[in-house]
Design a binder for this molecule. Structure first.
Ligand code: 9UX
Length: 68
């Protein structure tokens, strides 16, 4: 499935790469695309393999805030 997660604090291309990379490292995440303009990340994932909490943690570990 696909979910749009709102993320605060991403301002540059490095932020984009950090968040996309952290998510794509999770088993079950198929794709992750950050929009700096929209302050969100669109994640395509297998909901049987990865949870929202895991994805949230991965983003927060990079230093960004997830808005539920
Ligand atoms: Mo540079 Mo993006 O500090 O946060 S990585 S703006």
């Amino acid at each position: 499935m696909e979910k749009i997660i709102r993320v605060e604090g991403m301002t540059c291309n490095h932020c984009k790469m950090a968040v996309e990379g952290a998510l794509k490292k999770l088993s079950g995440v198929i794709n992750a695309v950050v929009s700096l303009e929209n302050k969100n990340v669109t994640v395509t994932f297998d909901e049987e393999k990865v949870t929202f909490e895991q994805m949230k943690e991965a983003i927060e570990d990079q230093g960004y805030d997830v808005v539920d």
